[in-house]
Design a protein around this ligand. Structure first.
Ligand SMILES: [Zn+2]
Length: 420
């Protein structure tokens, strides 16, 4: 996933002064007549934790924890677990088999009923040595370093939101579970089953992937699938007797052109054939060829529709005597927008308005752990980490002035979800 560059993040207005005792002015400021006063205890705690949380972010960023950097991942995990233990969390670890890392499930038990899951990942896309070559630094209000927003900012957001709840003595949740994935950047192969199993035990989930550059949450992730086309033809000498052959390469070319039309721009379903194979010497009509296509769709029904259309359209062959097989292999499920996620969006918008801020609500073509949660039917919203941009690039950054608002947002979400 890449995000477009955005103008610099605006520093939040001095809201506590502006809002103190002047609810109407505060509401107008937020452009929301229903805006409530901020929860002063949570806002004070978020403000107080700003420097400490950035220091912890610095420590974490300066440890390389690429998906294959087991030593670094262990260090990040130990650091995180130590903080969670201080909060009184029960810690369980699960090997990310067949991946070499270790996942963490931390559980806090409260006095209420609601079971809330938060998720973040400890691994980054950056290779060993990146942190030493380009350690954490802050310039013009932006913090830089490998994984600073994706997703160490998310790990920090989760830890400090829980610290805020502890500080203000909030225990109205039934259970808050913090799941830390160790291999998200390589498709969560070793965490998929764990996420699905744990998610099912919860009423609602928040994924702590980075807040999008325009201060966004993600309400919708497309699902992913792969279209596979296999063609069998007949080999022949390309110079001596080409008419005796059945050219599988020609047929696969014809197929990818017509099968690409299963895309639907209105429904934002994309079908892109990206891999074509037909090997052999140039003087032989190829007897076999194949193609793979990347398929993205916003709903499970769209995948069903694409699958049916692929099979139907593939029957129209360029070379009748070839054999054509088409399949759709489903990957991560879609996280579609739903009444339940819209309710979470309204809750988040209301909370952000309390501090005079506005969220953007975004869709993403990329899949995430939140998709696995949505796949088992649990309401989920994504993008609750620290705001940033340049994801997966050497210029990846986190907005320093987004730390306090985002800690406030996440801690208040946990509070309101406990009540509703
Ligand atoms: Zn991520």
């Amino acid at each position: 996933m890449t995000f477009p560059k955005r103008p610099p993040f605006k520093k939040p207005a001095p809201l506590r002064a502006a809002c103190h005792g002047v609810v109407l002015a505060c509401a107008l400021l937020a452009g929301n007549a229903m805006a409530q006063k901020p929860h002063q205890g949570a806002l004070d705690a978020a403000t107080q934790y700003k420097d400490e949380s950035i220091k912890m972010l610095e420590r974490m960023v300066n440890i390389d924890s690429g998906s294959a950097s087991i030593e670094g991942l262990d260090k990040v995990r130990e650091m995180t677990v130590a903080e969670l233990r201080k909060l009184g969390a029960r810690i369980e670890t699960f090997p990310a088999d067949p991946h070499p890392g270790t996942n963490v499930v931390a559980t806090l038990t409260g006095q209420g009923k609601k079971k809330i899951l938060i998720l973040a990942h400890m691994d980054t896309v950056f290779k060993e040595g990146t942190a030493a070559a380009k350690p954490f630094y802050i310039k013009d209000g932006r913090a830089y370093g490998p994984g600073v927003m994706d997703d160490k900012g998310g790990v920090i957001a989760g830890l400090y939101a829980l610290k805020i709840l502890q500080q203000i003595g909030f225990k109205d949740y039934g259970q808050i579970t913090f799941l830390l994935d160790t291999n998200e950047e390589v498709g969560s192969v070793g965490t998929t089953a764990l996420i699905e199993r744990i998610a099912k035990q919860h009423d609602v989930a928040l994924n702590l992937e980075p807040g999008r550059a325009a201060d966004g949450l993600v309400v919708e992730h497309k699902g992913s699938a792969t279209a596979l086309v296999e063609v069998k033809g007949l080999a022949a000498h390309a110079g001596v007797a080409p008419e005796a052959g059945r050219n599988a390469a020609m047929e696969v070319a014809h197929q990818v052109l017509q099968l690409s039309k299963t895309a639907d721009p209105v429904k934002k379903t994309t079908v892109n054939f990206t891999v074509l194979t037909a090997n052999g010497p140039t003087n032989v009509i190829p007897a076999s060829a194949s193609a793979k296509g990347d398929v993205r769709a916003a709903t499970p029904e769209e995948f069903d529709r694409v699958e049916k259309d692929l099979i139907r359209i593939a029957q129209n062959k360029l070379i009748p005597e070839t054999e054509v097989r088409v399949r759709l292999v489903r990957g991560l499920p879609p996280m579609p927008r739903s009444p339940a996620s819209d309710k979470l969006v309204r809750m988040a918008e209301g909370i952000y308005a309390e501090i005079g801020k506005k969220l953007t609500i975004e869709s993403s073509g990329g899949a995430a752990d939140a998709s696995l949660v949505a796949g088992v039917g649990v309401p989920v919203l994504d993008g609750f980490g620290i705001v940033g941009g340049g994801i997966h690039t050497p210029e990846e950054y986190a907005e320093v002035e987004s730390v306090v608002p985002r800690l406030y947002l996440l801690s208040r979400m946990l509070m309101d979800l406990s009540a509703n």
